[in-house]
Design a protein around this ligand. Structure first.
Ligand code: PMP
Length: 399
């Protein structure tokens, strides 16, 4: 029965994690998967998460009954406030439909399945984008095209190219936009550039589909980082937003996320929700509870919220420090080329500009694991390995 099935390639990101694990070198560095590490190269569990999780697990009033299909109500309300603002008029008017999902990926999958069923159209994704975007959109059965997001010459955002491409998009197409800390490039539009994107979306009646996986990691401020979503909301857009807590609460394996659909009024919201529930029911029936209960406590209680924000600042602060350190080391070693983009780009990743061949050499000869696109997860750099990393980069650049 299964004889005809051919071997599929490993996932480009998780495949690297496995290769790193199998490497026995004591100088190895993991710059593949976007997961935070401490300066001791250890995974990190937020203190506030540990505390609240303990309380929840031991709470005798809670049980293991199924959650509603759309998830935990308190969590969904908290997600709306974090994304759209405490006093968002859209929340008050019932224009936002929200459902808890299995992380950001689950939100994307549910969102695109909804698109396919109810507002099918071409999907425009940034070139490049997170590799799983392409797969998720394809599985939903939608056609996709690329807009020229990244300009290799400037190592920055190609605003003119993006606007020109979207100006040609078929009316009613969907545009997938990274809210902040773009993966893999670390390059975000400025506020003025977001307005230009909004303008072309209005002109071509494009439906924005925002992906927010790194709130807090770009500017270090959770409010500022969702500027684009709040601005589009203020401009009256109907849109979809996928929200993940994997990185900013460190809840990776708890699969905590949400999808929001902004409609034009409360009655339409009720109809949208009823159909969104059918999509979710057929994909995973209903979501898991513990991670969402922890996140809900943080999002609905000011003292927990403040504790989380403080801890998140420590996490993002370490990544920013590693950017500065790596750039310093490269400059000190006089590595050929300009490395300013390391400190200019934001979030988890640096798009180094290294070629696939240089990346291969870094991995094979120097045990430094990163994507062949040249994407480096800055969270894998520590004050102890940064010098070795810079020396390894120097060696492959001069090769
Ligand atoms: N979108 C982007 C751009 C991401 O980088 C990620 C995580 N790597 C996700 C969505 C999905 O996040 P999650 O792990 O919550 O599914």
């Amino acid at each position: 029965i299964f004889y005809h099935i051919v071997q599929a390639p490993p996932d480009p990101i998780f495949g690297i994690a496995n290769a790193y694990k199998a490497d026995t070198s004591n100088t190895k560095i993991d710059l593949g998967v976007g997961a935070y590490r401490t300066d001791e190269e250890k995974p990190y569990v937020f203190e506030i998460i540990k505390k609240l999780e303990k309380e929840i697990v031991n709470d005798p009033t809670l049980n293991k009954e199924y959650l509603p299909i759309e998830g935990l109500a308190d969590f969904n309300k908290g997600c709306q406030k974090l994304m759209f603002g405490q006093n968002s008029p859209l929340i008050a008017s019932g224009q936002i439909v929200t459902a808890q999902c299995l992380g950001g990926t689950g939100a994307l999958r549910v969102g695109f399945e909804f698109v396919k069923r109810h507002i099918p159209g071409d999907v425009y994704v940034s070139k490049p984008t997170w590799s799983n975007h392409n797969q998720v959109i394809e599985r939903a059965g939608l056609n996709q095209f690329e807009y020229p997001y990244y300009e290799p010459k400037t190592k920055g955002f190609n605003c003119a190219g993006t606007i020109e491409c979207l100006s040609q998009a078929r009316m009613g197409s969907i545009v997938l936009l990274h809210v902040c800390a773009h993966n893999p490039t670390g390059v975000d539009p400025t506020e003025a550039e977001w307005l230009q994107i909004a303008d072309v979306c209005k002109r071509r009646r494009l439906v924005p589909f925002f992906d927010c996986a790194y709130q807090g990691f770009a500017s270090g401020c959770i409010e500022k980082d969702v500027y684009a979503v709040r601005k589009f909301a203020e401009l009256g857009f109907q849109m979809i937003v996928a929200q993940s807590f994997s990185k900013n609460m460190g809840l990776y394996n708890e699969r905590v996320g949400a999808v929001h659909i902004v409609t034009s009024n409360k009655d339409i919201s009720a109809r949208v929700l009823s159909n969104l529930k059918i999509v979710i029911r057929t994909i995973c029936s209903n979501p898991p509870a513990i991670g969402a209960r922890v996140a809900a406590k943080i999002l609905t209680d000011e003292k927990y919220f403040n504790a989380w924000v403080e801890e998140l600042k420590t996490v993002t602060g370490r990544i920013i420090k590693m950017r500065t350190l790596l750039k310093q080391e490269l400059d000190n070693l006089k590595v050929p080329g300009n490395w300013d983009h390391i400190t200019k780009q934001t979030g988890f990743f640096t798009f180094t500009g290294l070629t696939p061949e240089q990346c291969d050499l870094l991995t094979k000869q120097y045990h430094v694991y990163l994507l062949r696109s040249g994407r480096m997860s800055m969270a894998g750099i520590t004050s102890k390995n940064v010098r070795y990393l810079a020396e390894s980069i120097k060696a492959v650049v001069q090769n």
